[in-house]
Design a protein around this ligand. Sequence first.
Ligand code: ADP
Ligand code: MG
Length: 458
Amino acid sequence: MSLTVCNVHLTPKSEKTVYLSSTLMKQLKLTGKKSVRLRLGKATIPATLKPVKRPGNHVFIPAGLRSFVRVPKSGMVYLRNDQEGDLQLGPLIGVLSDSSLRTQSHPFGSRTTFIKQILRVGNKKGFVFAFTPRDINWNNETVNAYFLSESDSWIRRTVPLPDVVYNRLPSRRAETSSSIQTLRERFVRRNIPFFNWSFFKKSDIYELLENDLEANLHVPESVMNPTPDTIRDMLARHQFVYYKPTSGSLGIGIYRLTYLPRKGYFARYTVNGKNTLLRFKHFSSLIRMLQGRHGRSLRNYVVQQGVRLIEIDSCPIDFRFHMHKNGDNDWTVVGIGAKKAGKGSVTTHVKNGGQLMTPEQALQRMFGDRSEEVLGNMKTVAIELAMAIERNYPHLLGELGFDLGIDRDEHVWMFEANAKPGRSIFKHPSLRNEGQSSIEHILDHCLFLSKFRRRDPM
Ligand SMILES: Nc1ncnc2c1ncn2[C@@H]1O[C@H](COP(=O)(O)OP(=O)(O)O)[C@@H](O)[C@H]1O
Ligand SMILES: [Mg+2]
């Protein structure tokens, strides 16, 4: 296989001939060849191949071929001559998203800014577009794609099915619908890498790591759909537990339950930014309160061993580790935010009064000279956890957001793994570069998955 970068020119002719500058012919080991199959994304068309005298790497694609392979624009992209003899332009990368609040300028609602960022950087690496599930035409295998113009406005172009899909569908509920399940299966059936597969349920990740001895050392003891007896038993053994909805986010619906001998049972939780602490003399009254708020069955909740986190100013601290797979298919820690809980809050979410800091700021106060070592250890654990999840997960993963904590013995714990991690840590002025790096990683991994990455220097 040979791979290089070239300048694509679109010509108006109706012929089915692709013209390559002689240097390009040579670089792609095509000298003397008279025909190829031209490919973009999943579309291919047989074409006559002719050299042209012109210095540099240039390819000329006439309208006669474009009506099949639908090259969306001219400019610099990769050109690849693969084992099957296909001459492939690309990569054609699709970012899948949606929004219930769409406008002309913001077709992906609040996600539009992030998607534009990907497309802006991606324009330098290939053909990168955004689309919603409704933009796919499965009958003729095309997508009515959103491209970003030089002037930052949206242009719609019909393109073939892409080489790779980065999934940022925003709704948990929609993602479990049969139409989205079918959509994913259709991509898989066509050998189009699709990552990440879907949102995680907390309990699925805890279960998936249960048999992975090393990784499981970092998962607090967790039980899905616990009976009251299980909750009571865990409270007796751990003094406090977290009780959280398995498909929840943003700390919504989370309780911190504590048992203090002779004093009773305590439940701490936050609703609409207001912290509440309730005391119960008897365990049965605690359960009655939970059942009153969530129905008798207490379904879809996980009870989890409480971890005594390190603190600053008596407020617990935990960390968001933003992980990506890079262009070599290896997991890397791309950004870390430290989060200090608001006073009296059960979680560290900024929405509940939490404060975002750099990990250095947070660890320096606790560990002084040793903070670098502690952070290094957390990074090692984060990479081990990512590899373990990937090992035990049946679909492609390219990005993960971990909520990690350190207890007073410096043991690292994972509270949650997010498959579509939020990007709020990158708003911190000291984490902007990491935010940029995160975008670069997404694209590099797309290049890897679509086989458009150079393995060795050329
Ligand atoms: N077992 C636990 N022990 C201590 N703190 C926890 C535990 N589980 C969650 N937390 C705290 O609550 C926060 C939110 O929990 P998480 O599982 O990430 O739920 P969410 O999906 O709502 O973000 C964590 O970032 C952490 O600060
Ligand atoms: Mg979380």
